[in-house]
Design a protein around this ligand. Structure first.
Ligand code: C2E
Ligand code: MG
Ligand code: MG
Length: 482
């Protein structure tokens, strides 16, 4: 019998006992020295394999949730693909909705515990599948296809207790993108790509926060990627231009202003803003575009002034994305002044806001613009939150009533939207705001404006947004005969 005690640099210890077969000769000192060397080598190997195990655990495992991580998801998916079993499975990428509220209400530790209970309960529903953490509140799932409905329903909302038992419950919900494998999949990246696409769709367009991957989704995402990739080059090549839509005094037919609306001149076609603005609004790119449009508009106005042409006040749209920018005022004024455009010829259109923070920013920006002689309008009033506070507390100059208030052609007078229209106009006037109706398409609608005291109209009834040179011609003709 031979024993040896080993201590590692980490203070981990091990006791080794070697037994000799009874019929074997006694170990002498030389044997013992060899054995001691052998034990030391074993100890080093044990240490190494423990470290390898630990590293593997750390690289494949999420300690907080006690589930596999993204690497582990890819590993498992790869194994299923290699076995040729992928057609029996589906995959899902989900993101917990507004989980920060749970963290704020109960503290981070309890938040983590709730999250863990949620993923554990989900994992318990799976036989061969599992839940994996991508990071933060993002997870992936591999599931047997027949479990799809169960998982979908679990992710759409499940009550989880805050503490282990008898405590308040929170309804944990997720945005979830699913893909049901066909058996044709070749790579793990292919599947990951599809569920990542699907979760974006779940967040953006799906009504029930769940989206099952399809080819149309792929095309939409490709379109988005294309816009994102081409945007910077398009700005550099001046592919974006301002079209101008007249604002008309309906008593006289005179053009009293215009709205600058962005168009992308791309490969000989005119691309409307609906196909790129919502995409640019998901990043800061929209701010670049808005400043560019303001600059273009100022340059056009300066040109008209220098040529001695008729000029009217032009409104430019600014996305809400700008509101957090503490230098917004200086930037806007910088562009106007650089082009030497009188402040009273510019109006800034902003839409309603939802959060308190945005509300404060909005108040500061609108007030700041006004004190510098630049007027402001609240755009699309009536389709968002139509907050009366927003009108009362922020010093707007103009209220643009959304077209949804206008009666459709086939509706008689006196319907609800017309009543609302009447009172919105009356309220705007009472508050000292100029009131303009957007989207006026028919004479009947124009009559509604007249009857209800709304003096200014913008819409296809007069003109669509026009290229700068055509708009100049309208200005020269002094507007429309009514
Ligand atoms: P918006 O600011 O409310 O602009 C009015 C939209 O209504 C314009 O659409 C205009 O063409 C359309 N419109 C005008 N008259 C009528 C009508 O009689 N009937 C109907 N059905 N529609 C009418 P457009 O040019 O396609 O722009 C859509 C939206 O894109 C704008 O809505 C605005 O929110 C955004 N947008 C356009 N240019 C810019 C820009 O430079 N920056 C930012 N941030 N947003 C922009
Ligand atoms: Mg507008
Ligand atoms: Mg509008």
């Amino acid at each position: 019998c031979f024993t040896q005690h080993e201590v590692a640099m980490t203070n981990a210890t091990a006791d080794y006992t070697l037994y000799k077969k009874p019929d074997f000769p006694e170990w002498d000192d030389e044997d013992k020295e060899l054995l001691s060397g052998f034990v030391k080598t074993m100890f080093i190997h044990h240490g190494r394999s423990r470290v390898i195990g630990m590293v593997e655990r750390l690289t494949l495992f999420d300690g907080d949730m006690e589930i596999g991580n993204l690497k582990s998801f890819f590993k498992r998916l790869g194994e299923i693909l290699a076995k040729g079993d992928i057609g029996k499975f589906g995959a899902c990428y989900f993101n917990l909705k507004r989980f920060s509220i749970v963290n704020r209400a109960y503290g981070r530790d309890k938040g983590t515990a709730v999250m863990k209970r949620f993923v554990t309960q989900l994992g318990d529903k799976l036989d061969y599948g599992a839940v994996y953490r991508v990071g933060g509140d993002n997870f992936t799932v591999i599931f047997e296809k027949e479990k799809f409905e169960e998982i979908r329903s679990f992710l759409s909302g499940t009550k989880i207790t805050v503490d282990a038992k008898d405590s308040p419950e929170v309804n944990v919900m997720a945005n979830a993108g699913f893909y049901l494998c066909t058996g044709e999949e070749r790579t793990t990246d292919d599947i990951m790509d599809k569920i990542s696409t699907a979760v974006v769709m779940a967040k953006t367009i799906s009504k029930d926060n769940c989206f099952i991957y399809n080819e149309e989704a792929r095309q939409r995402i490709d379109h988005r990627k294309m816009i994102e990739a081409q945007f910077a080059g398009a700005i550099e090549n001046n592919e974006f231009v301002a079209f101008y839509q007249p604002k008309v005094d309906i008593a006289t037919g005179k053009i009293i202003g215009a709205e600058a609306l962005c168009r992308w001149l791309k490969d000989g076609k005119v691309v409307p803003p609906i196909s790129f603005i919502p995409i640019l609004e998901q990043s800061n790119a929209i701010c670049t575009l808005d400043f560019y449009m303001l600059d273009r508009t100022c340059k056009d106005i300066r040109g008209w002034l220098d040529e001695g042409k008729n000029v009217v006040k032009v409104s430019v749209n600014l996305s809400r994305m700008h509101l957090g920018d503490s230098e917004l005022l200086e930037k806007v004024m910088g562009i106007i002044d650089k082009n030497n455009v009188p402040h009273e010829l510019i109006e800034i259109e902003l839409t309603e806001t939802t959060t308190d923070v945005e509300f404060k920013d909005l108040k500061r920006v609108v007030g700041g613009l006004q004190s510098r002689g630049v007027s402001t309008s609240v755009d699309d009033f009536g389709i968002g939150y139509s907050s009366l506070n927003l009108l009362r507390e922020i010093p707007w100059n103009v209220l643009k009533v959304d077209k949804s208030f206008l009666p459709l052609d086939d509706e008689g007078g006196g319907n609800n939207s017309e009543i609302m229209f009447k009172y919105v106009v009356a309220m705007a006037k009472e508050l000292g705001l100029e009131c303009i109706a957007e989207g006026v398409e028919t004479r009947a609608q124009l009559e509604v404006l007249k009857e209800n005291g709304c003096d200014i109209a913008q819409g296809f009834f007069f003109d669509k947004p026009l290229p700068a040179d055509e708009f100049e011609k309208r200005l020269e003709a002094h507007g429309y005969t009514i």
